[in-house]
Design a protein around this ligand. Structure first.
Ligand code: GLU
Length: 289
């Protein structure tokens, strides 16, 4: 079976040089290994994703000279499949609803911080500070019944107890130079959100379901997702899904050494194209020749 690679952007902004690097690296590795290259549109968040951004992804990738298999998997069309995976985790007793608003969570974190530095996840966001895991089944049912919004969270301690120790083989490098066999540390993320009342999935859940369903064997993506791999390995083991090989690549930075953002026009592929820059010059700029 040929290896299967994928590039999985979210249509919540225009692609930049970092996306070009990731997409071209995937294509190059697929070509070098006689593998397949898939494009997946990660559009589960209806508040941030837009059809015009999705069209721009197709145009920008085609302009770079990239071809991908059809049909493109668009996550918004597969919510039922993520819901089925979520239901399996619920059946294992590993999921609970939490009802705090963003403002309440921020207040709880402030209180905990005063008491002595509340832990942050690898992206710098505070871990879930609430106590919803201990809420009675009756109270949960009452709140859900009354229409209060909620998030469904993974009971991380119970999930880890069930899955045991996990690792992955890193063929690239982590942000701190990590390579080789890496111990997964999903606990660093606390009780992550797996779904919300209005969106029956999350990035973590849909990415592992899709990588498995699409037969992805090689995940090549930016180092900003290195630590998230710990959560992905945990979900793969709980759901009985195969683990792809992981290769995290360096991030493209701007002239000031900052990570690129979809909102910075200067490094956007559309802007560069409008300025008359060629795809060959893009490759040169990101260190691919
Ligand atoms: N959709 C994610 C992003 O745009 C990438 C997912 C992945 O490569 O695992 O950052």
């Amino acid at each position: 079976m040929p290896p299967v690679f994928r590039f999985a952007p979210s249509p919540n902004g225009y692609l930049h040089l970092g996306h070009a690097y990731s997409a071209l690296l995937n294509v190059q590795r697929a070509q070098d290994s006689g593998g397949r290259f898939l494009l997946r549109i990660e559009d589960i968040d209806p508040t941030r994703c837009r059809p015009d951004y999705e069209q721009a992804i197709y145009q920008d990738l085609a302009w770079l000279g990239i071809a991908w298999e059809q049909p493109v998997r668009r996550q918004s069309q597969h919510l039922g499949e993520y819901g089925a995976a979520l239901a399996r985790l619920q059946d294992m007793g590993l999921v609970y609803p939490s009802f705090e608003s963003r403002a309440e969570i921020a207040r709880l974190v402030r209180e905990r911080d005063v008491a002595g530095g509340w832990p942050r996840d690898p992206d710098g966001a505070p871990l879930y500070p609430g106590a919803a895991r201990a809420m009675s089944a009756t109270r949960r049912a009452e709140l859900i019944g009354s229409g209060v919004p909620y998030a469904l969270r993974l009971d991380m301690a119970a999930a880890i107890a069930r899955a045991g120790r996990l690792s992955w083989h890193e063929a690239g490098r982590g942000p701190g130079g990590e390579a080789g066999d890496i111990e997964a540390r999903p606990e660093a993320w606390g009780d992550v959100i797996l779904a919300r009342k209005e969106t029956p999935t999350s990035y973590h859940l849909s990415v592992v379901v899709d990588d498995a369903l699409q037969g992805v064997t090689e995940v090549v993506r930016g180092q900003d997702l290195f630590h998230a791999t710990g959560v992905h390995r945990l979900l793969q083991v709980l759901l009985g899904l195969p683990a792809p090989a992981y290769r995290h690549h360096r991030l493209i930075r701007d002239d000031n050494g900052q990570k690129l953002s979809k909102s910075t026009r200067a490094t956007g592929l559309r802007t560069l194209r409008a300025e008359g820059i060629s795809p060959a010059e893009i490759r040169h700029r990101i260190g691919l020749v």
